[in-house]
Every structure is written in structure tokens, then in C-alpha cells.
Design a protein. Sequence first.
Length: 117
Amino acid sequence: VQLVESGGGLVQPGGSLRLSCTASGFTFSTYNMNWFRQAPGKEREFIGGSIGAGGITHYANSVKGRFTISRDNAKNTVYLQMNTLKPEDTAVYYCHARARYSGTVYWGQGTQVTVSS
């Protein structure tokens, strides 16, 4: 099983980034796919998720209206589109998969996002 994130980097305030997470080794469409982040010195924070194959999404208030999650079940990939980025969005971003019925959980290795001028 693997979750491989990509797309992180350095961006100026107000800019955009799109993170990708490609899964392998499990039936992607039967998993809820979520994104978390962890800033230095802070606990890991849930920021949003996509429920099952249908892709109903939900978000934390801190990112609602700026971040969008989508998934392509044919490519086993979930995306996190981040717009209007702020310095406080600086964190390591993690992809998370949770089986809808068994509760099995997988984590990606994380990708760094730094928002700075």
C-alpha cells in the first residue's frame, strides 16, 4: 500500500498550489480520502475530505472557500487545490485514506507547503 503526495513547494501569499496523492495497493473507490496538515509545533489538523467514490466533500472552517478537494477514481488520485494561500497555511500536508467499512487507515509521507514572500 502506498500513498504518494506531490506538488508541494514555496509559494507567495495569495498564490495557489495543487497537491496530488496517488494511491496503490487498495481499492481506492471504497476509501474516504482526506487531507491533513501539521505546522511546526502544532498538532496534525484535518482540513478536508472526499467521501467514497461519489466524492462528496467537506472542509474545515480554516480552509473553506479557499481549498477544493477532488478525486479521479480512474487514476486512484485525490487532489487538493489550494487558492489564496496565507502564511498560516505553511505546513506539511498529508494524504490519508480510511476504508469506509473496515476503518483501515493509511497515511502518505507528507509534502511541505511553504507560503512566504
